[in-house]
Ligand binder design. Structure first.
Ligand SMILES: [Zn+2]
Ligand SMILES: [Zn+2]
Length: 278
């Protein structure tokens, strides 16, 4: 396996839930031996947040950082909020080096785990008839985003279900629809650091074998020959970096080269320029 030396999912103080400065992120990444990183901020309230995110560019260029790292500046969109459509309509894709996106919850069902996981799980399991509906909604929203051709990385796939202890067969069945589309548009799938940690922590807590589910999901991905990127999802600098992978998947995954990510960025920029000329 080509072990990734890149972490493509780091939050800085430009995300509402992190306080990490860019300087401290660079320092930690170099310390951890990384060559490439991506700083991907949340974008939950697009209009308000966008101004702030553009301010990050100003900060970066005014400070003229000199680092050996390749740094991509991007966003982590919430696919259920249709943020990707907002970005499309407003022509801001050209701003980002990397566009990540994942489903973070279904607000109408109040299912994102704000409360302790065990209570969350009970609430979720009280609604078994909703599970299939939610899984289908998850896939539909993700596929819509992938089909725009702008989604570079699908982050923490299925995590809102796994956090709730839901590993219903329907998730694996519909994984095929999800991953087939990702392969078609060359959207990379994230191996998420938070999820890897949770697999051990939550499996013990919930007495559910999340590792088995995750490995089977990753095997489906490998079957479609999609490529992976690693993302720690670090909200604090100590979380930055690439941990040991699950032994069962260690040798099976193909990771995207950094040049494959920058190629997507360049194509997007060219596309945007063409649109501007028209
Ligand atoms: Zn996320
Ligand atoms: Zn994140």
């Amino acid at each position: 396996m080509n072990t990734p030396i890149a972490d493509y999912h780091i939050h800085s103080k430009w995300s509402f839930d992190s306080e990490s400065s860019l300087e401290s992120i660079y320092e930690k990444a170099i310390q951890k031996g990384l060559k490439h990183i991506a700083i991907t901020e949340h974008c939950f309230l697009v209009q308000e947040h966008m101004v702030q995110l553009l301010d990050r560019w100003g900060y970066v260029s005014n400070n003229g950082f000199n680092t050996d790292l390749d740094v991509l500046f991007g966003v982590e969109l919430s696919l259920e909020n249709k943020e990707i459509m907002w970005c499309l309509r407003n022509g801001v894709f050209g701003f980002w080096d990397i566009i990540s996106g994942g489903v973070h919850g279904f607000e109408q069902y109040n299912l994102y785990p704000k409360e302790p996981i065990s209570e969350y799980r009970n609430k979720f399991l009280m609604l078994p008839e909703k599970v299939e509906q939610l899984v289908r909604q998850y896939v539909a929203q993700t596929v819509t985003a992938i089909n725009t051709g702008q989604l570079d990385v699908l982050v923490h796939p299925w995590d809102i279900f796994l956090l709730a202890g839901c590993t219903d067969q329907i998730l694996l069945k519909l994984s095929h629809d999800l991953v087939k589309q990702a392969a078609l548009h060359n959207t990379f799938i994230e191996l998420n650091g938070g999820m890897l940690k949770n697999i051990y922590y939550l499996s013990a807590q919930m007495k559910i074998n999340l590792e088995e589910f995750y490995v089977r999901f990753l095997q489906i991905c490998s079957g479609y020959d999609v490529k992976f990127v690693y993302g720690s999802d670090a909200h604090e600098v100590d979380e930055i970096g690439v941990p040991n992978f699950l032994p069962a998947i260690k040798s099976k995954l193909r990771f995207a080269a950094h040049s494959e990510l920058t190629q997507r960025t360049n194509e997007r920029r060219n596309e945007n320029e063409k649109l501007c000329i028209l």
